[in-house]
Design a protein around this ligand. Structure first.
Ligand SMILES: C[S@@+](CC[C@H](N)C(=O)[O-])C[C@H]1O[C@@H](n2cnc3c(N)ncnc32)[C@H](O)[C@@H]1O
Length: 337
């Protein structure tokens, strides 16, 4: 939470954990953002502006359950209302290019968007294009009157039905509704995570090829072609792409990542902190958890870790970067700087 730098306007800020797993960091955001809460608030207000993303459906389910549990004591809810927990099943690196679906932004932004998609899915499974169109028209009136829009929606339905007939499973509609939802968030004030740490070389080949085909990677890998010099850890790729996609101009990013990022050749490209071809980011602070007395912060992993705080603003003195070493307090089991 040092990333927020005592932000006085924290209530108005939005957060994302792009690799949220079961939502440990999300719980921290909720507690932090609502720490001064005197009265119960509506659940919608509670979850507003705190978003989780994970590629693993089980992780998403666990995170949603944890968000719900954490909100129970602090929130009121209306039994007749439907609530969306903003934890989405998506890849925070890229949007898969499996099928083309185009939807009006206003429809995607509707609070009942996920319910609408669930309703449409029932007709897709029955291969009922007319039924699916009726649901679209009922939920978003302009589809009825705007010929171009209607044709686009019809095309979507045909694509989805084709997908279903090929037995490629209607789950894709649910997955894409998550991607659409994510697309409605443009920028975040705080991007904070303990991301996945997997070496590029051990990722499935098909996934690596998809990533390469779908995103700009230039400059991210090391120019060193020797063995080991080019084996980027996926956490650096996720860090770079999340900043490119979501970091607001005044915002801050902080990921827990291996300490080797600071000196390993494989991270040479990442350390340039270049985004969008010609823009750059700056390291603002590094919190080093590898001090001799600290012990491993992730037991059994065998790696040293640092928290890297990055933003679009450079420090006043560009030649000095604050590095804070955390030392375990022997008596209290707490960390002191
Ligand atoms: C170390 S765990 C995250 C822990 C979590 N931040 C917490 O606070 O408990 C890494 C998570 O990243 C997810 N993940 C890996 N690659 C991803 C991607 N490309 N997009 C989204 N999530 C991803 C994994 O499914 C896993 O749940």
């Amino acid at each position: 939470m040092s990333t927020t730098n005592g932000d006085k306007e924290i209530q108005k800020k939005n957060f994302i954990d792009p690799n949220c797993e079961s939502g440990t960091f999300l719980s921290v955001f909720f507690n932090y953002k609502h720490k001064n809460l005197k009265n119960k608030i509506d659940f919608k207000e509670y979850v507003k502006d705190i978003v989780g993303v994970d590629i693993n459906p089980i992780a998403v389910l666990m995170a949603k359950a944890n968000v719900l549990i954490s909100g129970l004591k602090k929130c009121n809810s209306n039994l007749n209302d439907k609530y969306e927990i903003p934890v989405y099943l998506a890849d925070s690196l890229y949007v898969p290019n499996l099928i083309k679906i185009t939807l009006p932004k206003k429809l995607v932004l509707m609070s009942k968007f996920i319910d609408i998609i669930n309703e449409i899915e029932k007709y897709i499974i029955k291969l009922d294009d007319k039924g699916a169109l009726k649901v679209f028209e009922k939920c978003y009136k302009p589809i009825k009157t705007n010929k171009k829009l209607k044709n686009t929606i019809k095309e979507n339905i045909i694509n989805l039905i084709q997908f279903e007939t090929k037995k490629l499973n209607s789950i894709w509609l649910k997955i894409f509704s998550n991607y659409f939802r994510m697309a409605s968030y443009t920028k975040f004030d705080y991007i904070i995570s303990n991301p996945a740490w997997v070496q590029w070389s051990v990722l499935p080949e098909i996934y690596r090829n998809n990533i390469k085909a779908n995103m700009r990677m230039d400059g991210l890998f090391s120019s060193d072609k020797n063995v080991g010099g080019n084996n980027l850890n996926i956490c650096a790729l996720i860090a770079n792409k999340c900043c490119e996609r979501w970091l607001s101009n005044q915002g801050a990013f902080c990921f827990l990542m291996p300490k080797s990022i600071l000196f390993n050749k494989s991270f040479e490209g990442f350390r340039n902190l270049q985004i969008n071809k010609n823009k750059r980011l700056y390291f603002n602070e590094i919190i080093d958890f590898s001090y001799i007395n600290t012990g491993e912060i992730f037991e059994g992993v065998g790696l040293d870790f640092c928290a890297y705080k990055i933003s679009k603003k450079s420090l006043k003195n560009k030649d000095i970067l604050p590095v804070i070493s955390y030392i375990k307090n022997a008596n209290k089991n707490l960390y002191n700087s």
